[in-house]
Each structure stands twice: as C-alpha cells, then as structure tokens.
Design a protein around this ligand. Structure first.
Ligand code: DON
Length: 569
C-alpha cells in the first residue's frame, strides 16, 4: 500500500470516526456520584457501566470497555494489539502499564527495505507487520493487581456480544468498505468481515463473531496462558511460518507488560500524569505545555489566530524533538531534559508572534548525554476513560494501529493482529503511515517497542484527579490531548466543551498546519498571512474524557464528532 499523505489520512478520516451522526446517543453523562465511563461505542460504554454496577471499580470498568471494544470496534483495537494504561489508584498511587507490542526476535533494522527502499505494504499488511500483542497481558495485570471482578466474568460478558452480534456503526461500516481489498487477502478476515456482512455494509448491519466468542471463552476458562503460552501462540506461529512471518511461539511466551513510572509535569498549578516512552505522548504534551506556559493563552481566546499560531509553533518544536530523540527507552536514550522547564523556556524564545518559523530540527535538551527515561525509572486506535468514587481513575488508549491492523486473523480464533511494526522508523527520514519521520532512536530491533503517540493522561489539582483524557488518531493524539488540557486549565471549560472545541495539529514534518474548519475563514486567512501552510479539516480526531463535575460527581464525555457515548451512575 502506498502511504497516504498526512493530509489524505486526515481528510479521509481513515482512522477516526469522523462521520456525523444524528442518533440520540448521550455523548455526555450527567454528573454521577459512583463512577463514570466514556468510550467511542455505546455498547462498550454499557459494558463498563455494568462492571461498575456489578461492584467493580474503575479498573474493572476499563477492562470491560477494552474487551468489548475488541468486539464492537475491532477494527481499532483488540487483544491482537497493544495498549497503554495510566492509573491513579484509590490509595493515591500513580502508575502506567506499557502493553505496547514488541518486535519479534527475528526482526532486523532493515527488514522492510527492498532494493534499498522502505516498502510500506510490508509494514502495514500481513505477516511482517505484526508485533507481539500486549493488550491482553496489560488487562490481566491490571485485573490481578488492581481490579475487583474476576477477569473471566468480564471476558464472558464480551464473549456474549461477539456471539449474539451487534449492529455496526457508520464508522465501522465505512472502515470495512475502505479496507475491503486488503481484508479479502486473508481468509479468516474475509469470512468474518466481508462474507458475514452485506457487500456494501451500512450502519445497523449485524456482525457476529463466533470464533472471537470462543477465544474469549478459552481465555476465561484456561487463563491468559492460552494466548501467550498455549493454543493461540502455537496457531499464530504456525500461520506465521507458512506466510513468511517472523513471530514465534517463543516471542509470545517472552512478552511482558512493563509497569513504568509516568511522565510527570506541571502546568499553571495543575499536575500532569501521562505516558512515558515508548510513547512520545507524555513527553511531548509536557514539553508543549512547558513551552506554552509563558504565553497568555487565555487572553488570546481559544478560537483566535494568535492561539492557533502559538500552539502550532510549540507543537512544531516538540515534534522535531520527537523525530530525533524518542524511541523505546529500553533500547535508546531518551533524555529527561526534554520535559524540563528551562529547556522549554529557551526554545520558547524562538516562537515569533507574527510569523511561522522554520524549525530546522531537534533541540538539545539539558543532560542529553547523561539522564534518560529508563525502565526502572520508572501505541487504528481508541481511547476510553473511567473513574469511580473510591478514587480510582483510568485513562487507557488501545490500538491495532491502522484499520483492521495487519488484516491477519489467526485462523479459527477471530483475533485480528496489529500492524504496529509500521510505527517503527523503517528507514531514517522516511515517513510512516502517519507521515511521521524518525531516526536511530526508533529503528527496528528484536524485542523493541515501536514509538507511539498514544497519550492516556490524568490531570490533577492539589493531588486529586480532575480529568482523565486521551485520543485516537496517530500523532494528532498528542494535539487532541493537549488541546483538551489547555481548554480545561486555561479556559475553565467542562470536559464536553474541552473536547468540542476546534482542533489544530502540526507535527513539524510535513510542514502543514491542520485546522478544523470551525476556526473560521478569518482565522485561517490570518494564519496563512503568518506563513503557515494551512490544511483545512472538516473534523479532526476522537477523544474521550471523564472529569470531575463542580458538584463533586463525575462527568464522562465522548467526542461529539463521533458515535461514542458516556454513562455514569
Ligand atoms: O501508537 C500510535 O501512535 C499509533 N499506532 C496510533 C494509531 C492511531 O491512533 C490510529 N488512529 N486512530
């Protein structure tokens, strides 16, 4: 597959649910005292709510959401993919669980080069695109250590949805239509997503996934070893060997979820708790907030050209750093100086109010050769948030990468495998699916985790969580999450308003400023006058959040651009 330009990716809404909908789904829950759940799909939101009502906590609710999203939103995420989870536990502990996929042991730096050139078809579809999945290991770890309900109970509830079937939403239908040719190349994917649905699928068509139901039940009865050390690992290895893949059963057995110290930062008296490397999300959200702290954004107003310009200039600087410095911290040295206030203060001096600057490349953060994010210091996609009255808060982003991941369904299991190998930098300076460039820090190596933008983030005030937020949409995840935080902190908006506000995105390369049309013609004209290459988007992204309401209850909110929902009780 030829890599679509970033513009095309955004315009087609290839990954997000960008389709307007008129259904009366509650996008925002009224303030709820016991807990709240927000996801991109009402059936998954209901599963999270059911878990809370059954006596589970926010962690159980998040696990229920993840397992159900793997059924009803399976083109975006599932147990064949990975996830990042940021938690604040009732006892005040803050931690992150890294369930990112790992490159198989047989992976090599140049594995996607053919005649010296990166072949994106290989990193996006089929056997070589697949990293060892980490979502299930993460959910099991969270369940064992922090949950209250048996994982088997949550698996069985999701298995029922897979068995009985569910009406696909308009986004799901559009994803199947757009990915038809690629899915057709893989027999089980063809049977499940093409034969079982009408030739031109539409919102409301019923999709049943009996194999997936069986797999969830095998997990419920045999435990997670069925996946990592048992039948599933063996079947995957057999398929891989027959189809030119590298993934082995030993790779599955070796997989481990990595608990990591969150990235911490402060912004105007609020505390940020976000995801560390191998995500770039936390580092760059904190870096951009540091860069913006010296600007009076509130005085600018969040719909002005000054606001868009200033935020975009800060994004450019951070994304230039991302391309050089960021990668799996177990393999590459990611300097902690990237999140220092002094580094940002220096860089911010280069931001001119009147015109777009050219950012030549990455900066040099302090202690760039001495102090790094480390393991012991301690990436299509979906984000969901949960919280409960005991004080547990969860922000979780889960992904197969692009729609239907690698398109490979392991025969007989209904489980779709990710294509997260495409998030590595296949060749220095050569953009991946999302137009992101990288270098040595994100080169492929055996057992390494590809760099991500997934940014499950908690915002705290006086030690107490006030917001759980994150998004789907490749690198725009960072921008969406950042904007939600700015609108909460600088503009005092409710979670709903914070997600509804117009969005912008700049990732340094390509040098394009993507803005939602909602900013209006005058703002867009002014941005062009300042030298920005403006690309207008109808709609950009998919974020979900749970926040604290003024009455002390929880308000969940699903992105008004999409078909998600929020609920609490
Ligand atoms: O980890 C990452 O940054 C990407 N693989 C996430 C992909 C994504 O968000 C697709 N979009 N909805």
């Amino acid at each position: 597959m030829k890599r679509p330009a970033l513009t095309l990716f955004l315009l087609l809404g290839t990954i997000f649910g960008l389709r307007a909908t008129t259904s009366p789904i509650p996008r925002e829950s009224p303030s709820a005292q016991r807990g709240s759940v927000a996801t991109v799909n009402p059936i998954a939101t209901q599963a999270g709510l059911d878990a809370l009502r059954a006596g589970g906590n926010a962690v159980d609710a998040a696990i229920a959401c993840a397992l159900t999203l793997g059924v009803v939103d399976g083109h975006n995420s599932g147990i064949g993919g990975g996830c990042f989870m940021t938690l604040r536990l009732a006892d005040g502990r803050l931690l992150t669980l890294d369930g990112r996929e790992t490159a198989p042991t047989g992976a090599t730096r140049d594995m996607f080069l053919r005649e010296g050139k990166a072949d994106s078809k290989l990193s996006q579809d089929g056997a070589l695109a697949v990293g060892i999945p980490g979502e299930l290991a993460t959910l099991a770890y969270a369940s064992t250590n922090f949950g209250r309900l048996p994982l088997a109970q949550l698996l069985e509830a999701a298995a029922k949805v897979a068995e009985i079937g569910f009406p696909i939403d308009s986004h799901y239908a559009s994803r199947v239509r757009a990915t038809r040719n690629e899915l057709a190349a893989f027999p089980d994917a063809r049977t499940i997503f093409l034969r079982a649905l009408p030739t031109v699928p539409a919102k409301g068509d019923l999709l049943k996934q009996p194999d997936l139901a069986k797999s969830y039940r095998a997990l419920a009865t045999q435990g997670v070893d069925w996946f990592y050390r048992g039948d599933f690992a063996r079947r995957t290895a057999v398929w891989m060997q027959a189809n030119g893949g590298l993934v082995t059963a030993a790779d599955f057995a070796r997989y481990e979820v990595v608990p990591r110290e969150p990235v911490r930062g402060t912004y105007r008296g609020y505390e940020l708790v976000s995801f560390p490397p191998p995500s770039s999300g936390g580092v760059h959200i904190v870096e951009i907030l540091n860069l913006l702290e010296g600007f009076d954004l509130r005085a600018m107003g969040d719909t002005s050209a000054d606001f868009v310009h200033t935020v975009a200039e800060a994004m450019k600087l951070a994304f230039a750093d991302r391309a050089k410095w960021l990668g799996d911290p177990d393999f590459t040295k990611v300097p902690t100086g990237l999140i220092s206030k002094s580094y940002a203060a220096g860089l911010a001096k280069g931001i001119r109010p009147d015109r777009a600057t050219t950012v030549a490349g990455a900066g040099t953060p302090p202690f760039a050769d001495a102090d790094f994010f480390r393991r012991e210091q301690s990436r299509h996609t979906t984000h969901f948030s949960t919280a409960d009255a005991e004080g547990n808060w969860v922000a979780c982003t889960a992904s197969l990468n692009t729609s239907f991941g690698s398109k490979v369904v392991v025969p007989g299991t209904g489980i779709l495998l990710n294509n997260h190998m495409d998030d590595f930098s296949a060749q220095p300076g050569v953009p991946n699916y999302f137009g992101l460039v990288g270098a040595k820090a994100n080169a492929i190596a055996a057992g390494k985790r590809p760099l991500s933008s997934m940014s499950p983030t908690l915002v705290l005030k006086d030690g107490k969580p006030i917001l759980s937020v994150g998004a789907a949409g490749g690198p725009t995840i960072i921008s969406q999450t950042l904007l939600a935080i700015l609108r909460t902190v600088d503009f005092g908006k409710s979670p709903r308003e914070a997600l509804a506000g117009a969005r912008l995105h700049h990732q340094w390369k390509p040098d394009e400023l993507h803005v939602e049309a909602a900013f209006g013609d005058a703002v867009i004209a002014e941005l062009r006058k300042r030298g920005h290459q403006v690309v207008i988007e109808k709609s950009l992204g998919a974020a979900q959040a749970v926040g604290l309401a003024p009455d002390g209850g929880f308000v969940g909110t699903a992105d008004p651009r999409n078909e998600g929902s929020a609920a609490g009780f």
